[in-house]
Design a protein around this ligand. Structure first.
Ligand SMILES: *Cc1c(COP(=O)(O)O)cnc(C)c1O
Length: 331
């Protein structure tokens, strides 16, 4: 398999209508003043699952269905990809199994069962869950791969098509990176439709698998470190299909942000924008506040990828970082 083309992304846009919303792109006057630029937030935290991953999951599942029988879906992500798969499965009336380790928390389990997914609890690690999911797939279930699926990458790329329409002046798009499917889809669409647009990737400064892989010149594994941006942890797959090469070839800048910078960005979202963002979803705001002006243009879109954290955690992190907000943002 190889990376999708912009035409695949355009087709994905038609295919996923009814599953993913065209999310709002709103102006942030405070961030615009801070950066002396036109800064807007693409609010993917307002998808039904509160994260963008429904775009990729819907495209992957609907594409599989066009190719043949899909009787039962299976995946092994407990996070936003698992929720996205469960939601699309439920909408289509296809039973959906999510395999997870016994270590996962109750709130994650409940979010999935609320959407009608069947949970399979196995072992103590994500690797064991993955192995079990592969086994179920070999017995006839359709695996919806959380990384390495070009159909999913194409689905994520639809975000860029919307940004171009909603914010035609855009010259810089800032996108969080974990496995790199989102950044790949966004970059493929932007470089095809608006080649002069800069794509700025952002990850946390510890345990960023894509960043370390780019430095090494090939996919590598990194130790997992606790982060507020828990959605950005995990590997890119040593057998990485297409996201490594796409990010390497199409991304203009890669910014790393500290835990404190992510906390401050969550506080900015909470007090100033009045938004609850999870750590990963706030990393583009962190990159903006960090404010290396030389890497941004004058019309900047920050993709707020998701809001799946508890309100208690969002409030606690915001309060902890309130005093570190730039002066003009002090609530
Ligand atoms: C999955 C996810 C990301 C990263 O996307 P990749 O395609 O894995 O790079 C960023 N933010 C949120 C909220 C996510 O769920």
């Amino acid at each position: 398999m190889s990376a999708p083309l912009v035409d695949d992304i355009k087709q994905a846009r038609e295919r996923i209508r009814g599953f993913a919303h065209t999310s709002p792109t709103i102006v942030s006057f405070p961030l615009s003043r801070l950066l002396d630029a036109d800064v807007r937030l693409k609010l993917e935290c307002f998808q039904d699952t509160r994260a963008f991953k429904v775009r990729g999951a819907a495209n992957a599942i609907l594409t599989s269905r066009e190719r043949g029988d899909v009787n039962h879906l299976v995946t092994y992500s407990t996070g936003n990809h698992g929720r996205a798969t469960a939601l699309v499965g439920a909408r289509l009336g296809i039973p959906t199994s999510v395999v997870m380790s016994n270590m996962t928390t109750d709130d994650k389990r409940q979010a999935l069962t609320d959407m009608g997914a069947e949970l399979h609890l196995v072992g103590k690690s994500q690797d064991e869950a993955q192995a079990h999911a592969m086994e179920l797939a070999s017995r006839g279930m359709t695996l919806i791969d959380p990384i390495n699926d070009p159909a999913s990458t194409a689905g994520h790329g639809t975000i860029a098509l919307e940004i171009i329409e909603q914010f035609p002046e855009v010259d810089t798009v800032v996108v969080p990176v974990s496995g790199g499917a989102l950044a790949s889809g966004v970059a493929i669409a932007l470089k095809a439709e608006r080649p002069e647009t800069r794509v700025v990737a952002v990850s946390m400064d510890r345990g960023a698998a894509m960043y370390e892989s780019l430095r090494a010149g090939k996919p590598v594994e990194v130790p997992e470190v606790e982060s507020l941006a828990d959605c950005l942890q995990g590997g890119i797959g040593l057998e990485n299909d297409h996201t490594f090469a796409t990010v390497r070839d199409l991304i203009d800048e890669f910014v790393l942000v500290t835990e404190q910078e992510i906390g401050v960005a969550m506080a900015e979202a909470y007090y100033v924008e009045r938004l609850i963002l999870e750590g990963a979803g706030a990393t583009p705001i962190a990159a903006a506040i960090k404010g290396d002006r030389s890497i941004f243009g004058d019309h900047i879109a920050l993709i707020a990828t998701g809001g799946n954290t508890t309100t208690a955690k969002a409030a606690a992190v915001a309060e902890q970082h309130r005093r570190l907000l730039p002066e003009r943002f002090q609530p």
